[in-house]
Design a protein around this ligand. Structure first.
Ligand SMILES: C[S@@+](CC[C@H](N)C(=O)[O-])C[C@H]1O[C@@H](n2cnc3c(N)ncnc32)[C@H](O)[C@@H]1O
Length: 237
């Protein structure tokens, strides 16, 4: 058996029923499950999902500071990769989890590079992204025949946001949080056909806002994603 591998598992957007059967099976048979945590107080949405499937004695919480200090983050990834390498060398079956899908804006992407550089192979287990969960909640297509969709981290800049909205049939903006005013300004200057904000999709307290027609959230909402439909030109579908 090749034990020189780690599974990187997507946990889906929050609802424990949206963890795949494959992810559940691998989690249940892992010796150690590493759970990223960005909150110094120990709160972690990933942990809230995973406790449904893994005994807490097998969880290893791992803190990643929520700042843009690249050197500090690089050091945390390096330390984690070394820790995983030692566990794998001891013959332990190790999994690393992340929210949604592990290939989309995920700590898993950086960890994978760091592990590969140390000769550890990473097997990804796809998860349902918050992108899919949000379009399903709203009941609107991400894209349809002849169309397209683009996914971006919401820019800091209004003009760039307007440009991105013009590029696709549907534009998805992730990491909205405190930058919501940028999006609101962009849709005010060039009104699209539709614009929605979804907060905590499939989790307790889930909310959605029609940004063109409703009272808007007064405070920045942690874990929020936006879907914007560009204005259709006359004669196009
Ligand atoms: C670090 S990225 C992780 C994305 C994740 N890999 C995915 O596929 O959904 C975090 C961003 O994903 C979005 N997100 C993740 N989970 C969410 C949820 N339950 N509700 C709304 N947005 C969510 C938000 O835009 C958040 O700022």
């Amino acid at each position: 058996m090749n034990n020189n591998i780690v599974h990187s598992i997507g946990l889906g957007p929050g609802d424990p029923e949206l963890v795949t059967i494959k992810a559940k099976r691998i989690l249940e048979t892992s010796d150690d499950v590493i759970v990223p945590q960005s909150d110094a107080l120990g709160r972690s949405v990933a942990k809230d999902i995973i406790v449904h499937y893994v005994d807490s004695s097998r969880l290893i919480m791992y803190y990643f500071p929520m700042n843009n200090n690249k050197e500090q983050l690089r050091q945390r990834y390096t330390e984690l990769a070394e820790k995983i390498k030692a566990l794998v060398a001891d013959g332990r079956k190790v999994s690393y989890v992340s929210m949604g899908d592990p290939t989309i804006f995920s700590t898993s992407n950086y960890l994978t590079e760091t592990l590969l550089a140390r000769g550890i192979n990473v097997v990804h287990v796809p998860g349902i992204s918050s992108i899919n969960a949000s379009s399903s909640l709203l009941g609107i297509p991400l894209t349809s025949k002849g169309g397209d969709f683009g996914v971006y981290e919401l820019p800091e800049d209004v003009q760039r946001t307007v440009e991105l909205i013009q590029r696709h049939q549907t534009t998805v903006f992730m990491k909205v949080n405190k930058k919501l005013p940028v999006l609101l300004e962009a849709i005010k200057s060039e009104p699209p056909d539709a614009a929605y904000l979804v907060n905590r999709v499939t989790l307790d307290g889930q909310q959605s806002f029609d940004l063109l027609n409703e009272l808007l959230p007064k405070e920045p909402l942690y874990l929020s994603i936006a879907l914007v439909k560009k204005k259709k030109l006359k004669g196009t579908k």
